[in-house]
Design a protein around this ligand. Structure first.
Ligand SMILES: Nc1ncnc2c1ncn2[C@@H]1O[C@H](COP(=O)(O)OP(=O)(O)O)[C@@H](O)[C@H]1O
Ligand SMILES: O=C(O)C1=C[C@@H](OP(=O)(O)O)[C@@H](O)[C@H](O)C1
Ligand SMILES: [Mg+2]
Length: 160
């Protein structure tokens, strides 16, 4: 959360001249409800199933850049959908995470004690990010434009 997947994903799509999608935005559009409301009212397993469906739909129909939610890798089915694709893990340290996401209610998983919650989440997720990712790109002390360039370099892609 807050590593810049949505921001950098959109920039990257622009640089590559391809469409951009975001699984969170696709879920909100399909459900007509905000992510935080789905999480709180329906629970995380329900949200992860919606997310798996959104990723499956995008993987089947979308040619371009797809930004995922930070917890998408927790679902085994979603990880399976990502197998063999050029997945990018955008990393950052905890202080950068708190600066970027802060106490925003839009990200319910970091709402109470962001530093501790972020560390716990990352201990559980880091192995999964590493498992699905083709490349890892550090985002600390880089602008979104610099991160997008680093992704192009890491994947050996040329812009338009
Ligand atoms: N490289 C960056 N440097 C500084 N701020 C950034 C960077 N990338 C994203 N941000 C900011 O951090 C916040 C979270 O970005 P976002 O793209 O929504 O992350 P994600 O989709 O990974 O949760 C936004 O306010 C965004 O403007
Ligand atoms: O890390 C997570 O579990 C989540 C990350 C969010 O997306 P971003 O990573 O784009 O903030 C969003 O999918 C939801 O709040 C859950
Ligand atoms: Mg996002």
């Amino acid at each position: 959360m807050g590593s810049g997947k949505s921001t950098v994903g959109a920039l990257l799509a622009e640089r590559l001249g391809v469409p951009y999608r975001d699984s969170d935005a696709d879920i909100v559009a399909a459900q007509g409800r905000e992510i935080a409301d789905l999480f709180v009212d329906e629970g995380e397993p329900y949200f992860r199933a919606l997310e798996r469906e959104a990723v499956a739909a995008a993987v089947a129909a979308h040619t371009g850049v797809l930004a995922l939610g930070g917890g998408a890798v927790l679902d085994e089915g979603t990880r399976g959908l990502l197998a063999g694709l050029p997945v990018v893990y955008l990393s950052m340290d905890v202080e950068e995470a708190v600066r970027r996401v802060g106490l925003g209610a839009a990200r319910p998983l970091l709402a109470v004690n962001p530093r501790r919650q972020w560390r716990e989440l990352m201990d559980a997720r880091r192995p999964l990010y590493t498992e699905v990712a083709r490349v890892v790109v550090a985002t600390d002390d880089r602008t979104p434009e610099e991160v997008a360039q680093a992704v192009l370099d890491a994947l050996e892609l040329k812009d338009v």
